[in-house]
Design a protein around this ligand. Structure first.
Ligand code: NAD
Ligand code: DAU
Length: 329
């Protein structure tokens, strides 16, 4: 199995999950080790999982690695909306050209591909619990990030239809868990508090996300690899929708802080109001069920992880906060 982006947050958790629970796979990782990739995420597996430091846009390298794999799981991407608003260019390269490069290699060597995508491709929803995204919701991305993920999904769909590439796609809701980069909402607030800074809430904090533990995302990916129908898209999400203000309230409480110990900062331009996935297809066809059904407990474990691993995030934190200062957030 070739895992692209395996030194990032979800990819590294996927590699660890696969090594522990799916010994049938020999795993290789291709990762450009951008600011978001960290080879220490794979340190425990360094002897058994080779890490190739390279770019998914490098056609010769990608060809060589895909040729000797049976299955490719494609996580590599620029992943942060705020960064895409500041400079979309690397998102076009990694997310669009990178996926195209991988698709061409998969097509040449007739390999099985699973493409990891996001619910953000569908745009956003009003605060009406009766409305959810489904696999047939029209694409309507808001940010440069989600537009490039939408483009990458479209490429995969076209390569399936035109060339018969053996691929599946999943579009997951927001993930949380260990190894998430400190630029993202939950780790940013936890590490702000651990560093003696105040959490930062965009706008009024009413925006809603469907928080899904990274291991639940990865268990769904394995079900799709094992039993998913080729050519199909599957939505993934816990069903646990929370406003940003509510999630921050839980974090403040877990960390012994008063409920008002945070700052409102200017809102993200084009800020999507709500994401929510209808996961009936994944649950009924493949029997998926999330194991992490208590967000409070999941967040408590996440707080503990960041508290115990400041060596892992400190340098990245300084760099991320410097980027946020430029954005005024
Ligand atoms: P991340 O930013 O933590 O990790 C991305 C990894 O990809 C990093 O290791 C980085 O070095 C690598 N990478 C970036 N560009 C590359 C390139 N051109 N060539 C090779 N490697 C490259 O991201 P993440 O949160 O782990 O997200 C992984 C995937 O999951 C992405 O495709 C993202 O769109 C998708 N996704 C993320 C979430 C979420 O909540 N984080 C939810 C749904 C889907
Ligand atoms: O829905 C899946 C997507 O989830 C993935 O495709 C993306 O890769 C991933 O980054 C995530 O995107 P979001 O934009 O939803 O996540 P982020 O962690 O950046 O922000 C979550 C919410 O919190 C969002 O409404 C913005 C808000 N926010 C974020 C930060 C960093 C704040 O209020 N304060 C902050 O400091």
């Amino acid at each position: 199995m070739l895992v692209t982006g395996g030194a990032g947050f979800i990819g590294a958790n996927f590699v660890e999950y696969t090594a522990q629970r799916h010994p049938e796979y020999d795993i290789e990782v291709l990762d450009a080790l951008t600011y978001a990739g960290n080879k220490t995420n794979l340190a425990a597996l360094a002897d058994s999982v080779p890490l190739y430091h390279g770019n998914v846009c490098d056609a010769a390298l990608v060809d060589r690695l895909v040729r000797r794999a049976d299955v490719v799981v494609h996580f590599a991407a620029e992943s942060h909306v705020d960064n895409s608003l500041h400079d979309p260019s690397p998102f076009l390269q990694s997310n669009v050209v990178g996926t195209f490069t991988l698709l061409e290699a998969v097509r040449r060597h007739d390999r099985r591909l699973h493409h990891i995508s996001t619910d953000e491709v569908y745009g956003h929803l009003p605060l009406d619990p009766s409305l959810r995204f489904s696999e047939s919701t029209p694409y309507d991305p808001s940010s440069p990030y989600s537009a490039t993920k939408a483009a990458s999904d479209m490429l995969v769909r076209a390569w399936i239809r035109s060339y018969g590439v053996a691929a599946t796609i999943s579009n997951c809701a927001n993930n949380y868990g260990p190894y998430q980069h400190v630029e993202k909402f939950i780790p940013r607030q936890i590490t702000n508090l651990l560093s003696g800074s105040r959490p930062k809430l965009y706008g009024s904090g009413v925006n809603v996300r469907e928080w899904t533990h990274v291991d639940d995302h990865n268990s769904a990916v394995h079900l799709i690899l094992d039993r998913g129908r080729l050519g199909e898209t599957y939505l993934i999400g816990s069903g646990d929708e929370r406003s940003n203000g509510d999630v921050l309230g839980i974090i403040l409480d877990l960390m012994g802080q008063p409920a008002d110990a945070f700052d409102h900062v200017p809102d993200r331009p084009g800020h999507d109001l709500r994401y929510a996935n209808d996961t009936t297809k994944l649950r009924s066809e493949l029997g998926w069920c999330p194991q992490y059904d208590d967000l409070g407990a999941g967040l408590a474990a996440t707080v503990d992880w960041y508290r115990d691993n400041s060596w892992w995030w400190q340098e990245a934190k300084d760099a991320a906060e410097a980027r946020y200062r430029l954005l005024g957030r």
